[in-house]
Structures are given as C-alpha cells and as structure tokens.
Write a protein that binds this ligand. Sequence first.
Ligand code: GDP
Ligand code: MG
Length: 163
Amino acid sequence: MPLRLAIVGRPNVGKSTLFNRLAGKKLAIVDDRPGVTRDRRFGAGRIGDIELELIDTAGFEDVTDESLEARMRAQTELAIDEADVALFVVDSRDGITPMDRVFGEILRRRDKPVLLLANKAEGKRGDDGINDAFSLGLGEPIPISAEHGEGMADLYQAIAPYA
Ligand code: GDP
Ligand code: MG
C-alpha cells in the first residue's frame, strides 16, 4: 500500500512544485491554468524506496475572495482526512504569514501526523523563515527546495517512520 501524503498550505508556497518533484516527470500533471486546476489532484510517486500516493491541494484562481477561505479550509480538511501524513508547506523566504497560521490551526485540530516543510530554502536562503516556522507549534521545520530538489534526503528520513 502506498503511503498517502496530503500536500497542504496557502497558495504560492510551492505545493504543486513538490507534487511534481515527488511524482516524477512522467506522472506530473503540469496544467495549472486558472479554472483548470481542481481542488485536489492525485498522483502516484515515490521518495527513495517508499511508494507514495500524493494529494495536491489548491487552485482557487476562479473563486471569489469571500468563498476562498471556506473553500481552502474544506479541501484542506478533506485532503488531510484522506492522507496518512500531511505535508504542511510554508515559504521560508516569506516567513510565516497570517494565512499560514490559519492552516496551522486546521492541522493542529486534526489527528494526523504533520511534517512542516520550509520550502524555497535552496542555498541556505530563508533561514529567518525557517526559525519563524517553529512558532507554528508543529515541530521542527524541514528545510527543502522543491524546485531544486534540496532537502529530499531529510524529507525521506522524516517520512520513513510512517511507511
Ligand atoms: P502552490 O501554489 O503552493 O502550488 O505553489 P507552486 O508550486 O505553484 O509554486 C509557486 C511559485 O514558487 C512558483 O513560481 C514556483 O516556481 C516557486 N517555487 C516553488 N518551489 C520553489 C523553491 O524550492 N524555490 C524557489 N525559489 N521557488 C520555488
Ligand atoms: Mg498549486
């Protein structure tokens, strides 16, 4: 049975980039045009020798602001419930935003293991944001770069106990 991972977090932190990296080029679904992205996207993937079933969350380019938060919350909760482990992605360059804290609250309320990923940390950048991420109260952030493939060995080590 593949390990089911939900990739959650606010828009633009790099969730789909991480999805594509873990899914591998052959299985990647790269169509992120507005109105095309569905609320959740599923794909098979792997990290090291661990088989994964990935759930990407997002989209929302086509919804109005009033419904945005409610809809993000709903799809995030669904994805978490479907998963064995939630990967909570934050942007180590932006630091922790109020919207990150909303997602942090959602994750804290659910009874699922959470791995906190501080993305965009390539080349040791984003150290302040990584420290900031500790304040979410979801454990030690794992610095990664989804775009450049950095931190994947640490991510593997963190995921392995659940496989
Ligand atoms: P999502 O909205 O959370 O799915 O974020 P995307 O995967 O669409 O990425 C949002 C933006 O961040 C894009 O411009 C990506 O190229 C960029 N991005 C994603 N991962 C990284 C990373 O590791 N480093 C840097 N510098 N940029 C990244
Ligand atoms: Mg996305």
